[in-house]
Design a protein around this ligand. Structure first.
Ligand code: NDP
Length: 445
């Protein structure tokens, strides 16, 4: 390890000892910045990397609410405002029992570079709570969201910080949070994205992360001289990202044969019946296992990690961080996977990434491949500011153009800095340079 990487990481490890996911995300970025730091000495002189790994602000707060039995419940809320060099903080809110400060920091850190790659003017942030929406009634979810926003509202604003959805936060939760923000501030402002279409949401935002992932992967396949036609595809998760990635793959001629949730995975050799999955997940809020009720020829296996043993040409991990480890990557390679692109944030462990890269598998990192969601959130902000609504097709065309541009930026950056074909390095370098140049322009602040 070089002295630059070593010195940055030793401070990050010492300052954030209980945050393994954050350290993992920082390590991956800092290691790929080595050639940039060598080429541009002002970056070291002005301590840009040392500054970028430290959040501008992190907020932790109590979220007390009352459940259906009249009992008081207490959760912990977070908002990490990581970097505002190129625009207001932007990034989703995650509701999941595993949420802690380190998870939110890793997500917020990744978001800085992802948002820069979208070419839209948004900084990086992330938030959430250890609240578990599973098994909660609609009224409990509403009371929690109102309590959460009762503190968050004082830290956000359409020109300050604009949160969106993430795991456990979809249209319903954004609606409840928006209602509370509007009541507390007496303003109708574009302060959240992923809103409903009747109150300022953008068409195609729901589909954007999954569609964008597939647009990005299309470019990866094209560079190998192929396309989706007839490809077997495995996608983990069955939430927002997985569902709309499946929809786009199917429309382009690919065959999605497996999906999962945190309990297990289904395999349907005839191709996933997406209308059925949407009904189970979006309407009934059920489990992926329920799929067998209507498709008896499909199979279900308990435990989500086994999904990577299903042979496929393309794998799109779209559930959660570190869900695909080195062993699973080796099985995918043995089964002749040709491309892996990350729908979730940091779903592949460092060992898995190394395995794909050393085996000639095309690998699309999350901060590039799943940037379509936040890019479309930025388009929602533009529409809110203009008091206009674009059609689905208009937004989709812009999304497609942004994903193409992200791919081109990553490819050019890794070639320019001597790492051709390494899209991980390309994404980190291209995203970093834009933020670094803005930080340099702003002086030491
Ligand atoms: P959803 O809540 O809609 O779906 C999450 C899916 O992943 C569910 O199927 C869930 O299963 C599964 N999952 C969650 N946690 C785990 C776990 N610990 N182990 C195994 N499976 C798990 O979330 P999204 O689809 O929105 O998000 C998925 C990923 O994509 C996340 O990493 C998110 O950060 C990332 N992402 C999302 C964007 C968006 O626009 N929504 C944008 C960019 C990235 P279960 O129901 O059993 O919990």
């Amino acid at each position: 390890m070089s002295s630059f990487v070593d010195s940055v990481l030793s401070v990050v490890c010492a300052r954030n000892p209980a945050e393994p996911e954050f350290i993992q995300a920082v390590r991956e970025v800092v290691e790929s910045l080595e050639p940039v730091v060598q080429k541009r000495p002002e970056i070291a002189r002005l301590k840009i990397v040392e500054r970028i790994v430290e959040p501008e602000r992190q907020i932790m707060f109590r979220v007390p609410w009352i459940d259906d039995k009249g009992q008081v419940q207490i959760n912990r809320g977070f908002r990490v405002q990581f970097n505002s060099a190129i625009g207001p903080y932007k990034g989703g809110l995650r509701l999941h029992p595993s949420v802690n400060l380190g998870i939110i920091k890793f997500l917020g850190f990744e978001q800085i570079f992802k948002n820069a790659l979208t070419t839209t003017p948004i900084g990086g942030g992330k938030g959430g709570s250890d609240f578990d929406p599973k098994g909660k009634s609609d009224m409990e979810v509403m009371r929690f969201c109102q309590a959460f926003m009762s503190e968050l509202f004082r830290h956000i604003g359409p020109d300050t910080d604009v949160p969106a959805g993430d795991i456990g936060v979809g249209g319903r939760e954004i609606g409840y949070m928006y209602g509370q923000y509007k009541k507390l501030t007496n303003t109708f402002a574009g302060v959240l994205t992923g809103k409903g279409l009747t109150y300022g949401g953008s068409l195609a935002r729901t589909e954007a992360t999954g569609y964008g992932l597939v647009y990005f992967t299309t470019r990866m396949l094209a560079d190998r001289g192929t396309d989706w036609n007839g490809k077997r595809v495995v996608i983990s998760g069955s939430g927002n990202v997985a569902i709309y990635a499946t929809e786009k793959v199917q429309s382009l001629g690919g065959k999605v044969v497996a999906l999962s949730d945190s309990n297990g995975y289904i395999v349907d050799e005839e191709g996933i019946d997406l209308a059925l999955v949407k009904r189970i997940k979006e309407v009934e809020r059920g489990r992926i296992k329920d799929y067998l009720g209507k498709r008896p020829k499909a199979s279900y296996t308990e435990g989500c990690g086994g999904i990577w043993t299903v042979p496929c040409d393309v794998a799109l991990p779209s559930a959660t961080q570190n869900e695909l480890d080195g062993k699973s990557a080796a099985v995918l390679v043995k089964n002749r996977v040709i491309a892996v692109a990350e729908g979730a944030n940091m779903p592949s462990t460092p060992e898995a990434v190394a395995c794909f890269q050393s085996s000639g598998v095309s690998f699309g990192p999350a901060k590039a491949a799943n940037a379509g969601g936040v890019a479309t959130s930025a388009l929602e902000m533009s529409q809110n500011s203009m008091r206009l609504s674009w059609t689905f097709e208009e937004v989709d065309v812009k999304l497609h153009g942004i994903m193409d541009s992200i791919y081109t930026q990553c490819k050019n950056a890794c070639e320019t800095y001597g790492k051709p074909g390494n899209l991980v390095a390309g994404a980190n370098i291209a995203g970093f340079i834009k933020v670094a140049d803005s930080m340099i322009a702003h002086g030491v602040v």
